[in-house]
Design a protein around this ligand. Structure first.
Ligand code: NAP
Length: 246
């Protein structure tokens, strides 16, 4: 039977690569986009030649707890099941801590971390009742090692890793695995925001001497949600070209 995977931030750099991989792997994909981005999401859908039986565009503000509860409960009724949840939506609002505003802190925690509660909570019980499922949280190398100018982002991404381990313990008996993927720097719109000189400096620190390709992150997700990944839970898979080794 066709499995259903939901991915947040599906039309972003890494999200697009994961969506395309999931379609290739035979999933029906619920591809979420943020409010007001319907037209842009439709363009992305058309450019990728998706069909509506393979990819369903789904508006969701991952920072809105009530909206997520309501819309995802309704989604479960409409689709019958959600087998895989991929928490991928994320933003950065960098700045040194001395100058960081409460708003920049809150926005990043809401979008990267509170979103994980908002999106997973309405779907997790049904996965457990069904006796199987997969949750993947897209964390970051900077959630593991910390990064200058990213106290908000590093805190959120580290929080995702703690969440992953705790929820893995809760899901294990029901066959629901929960894992994180921690990408290193990957060439996407998020990284294009960085100054070229900062990016050159970072490349110089990566033993492989290059950024990750989005598809390399997508392949890791594909492995963890496949049957081959069935006995892996509570783990964080680093995909960072050797930038940080634990
Ligand atoms: N690129 C990297 O180097 C890197 C490294 C480590 C980890 N990561 C993580 O990987 C994930 C994907 O990053 P990316 O580089 O692909 O970034 P991206 O291209 O900027 O995509 C981010 C996505 O998040 C979605 N999003 C943001 N706010 C949202 C909200 N309130 N509700 C719903 N969706 C929202 C956006 O959706 P809309 O376009 O619909 O607004 C966008 O599609 C993020 O969690 C990021 O932290 C990235």
């Amino acid at each position: 039977m066709e499995k259903i995977a939901l991915i947040t931030g599906s039309k972003g750099g890494i999200g697009s690569a994961i969506t395309s991989q999931l379609v290739e792997d035979g999933y029906r994909v619920i591809a979420t986009h943020s409010p007001g981005k319907r037209e842009c999401a439709q363009r992305w859908f058309d450019e990728n030649n998706y069909s509506s039986n393979k990819v369903r565009l789904f508006e969701l503000d991952v920072t809105d707890t009530e909206q997520c509860a309501e819309r995802l409960t309704q989604l479960l009724v409409e689709e019958g099941t959600v087998d895989v949840v991929i928490n991928n939506a994320g933003i950065t609002k960098d700045g040194v801590f001395k100058k960081m505003t409460a708003q920049a802190w809150k926005d990043v925690i809401d979008t990267n971390l509170n979103s994980v509660f908002n999106v997973t909570q309405p779907l997790f019980a049904a996965m457990c009742e069904k006796g199987g499922g997969r949750v993947i949280n897209i964390s970051s190398v900077n959630g593991i090692k910390g990064q200058f100018g990213q106290t908000n982002y590093s805190a959120a991404k580290a929080g995702m890793i703690g969440f992953t381990k705790a929820l893995a313990a809760e899901g294990a008996r029901s066959g629901v695995t929960v894992n994180a993927v921690a990408p290193g720097y990957t060439m996407t719109p998020m990284v294009e925001l960085m100054k070229p000189e900062t990016l050159d400096f970072i490349k110089g620190q990566i033993p492989m001497g290059r950024l990750a390709e989005s598809v390399e992150i997508a392949k890791s997700v594909s492995f963890l949600i496949s049957d081959a990944g069935a006995y892996i839970t509570g783990e964080t898979l680093s995909v960072n070209g050797g930038l940080h080794m634990q």
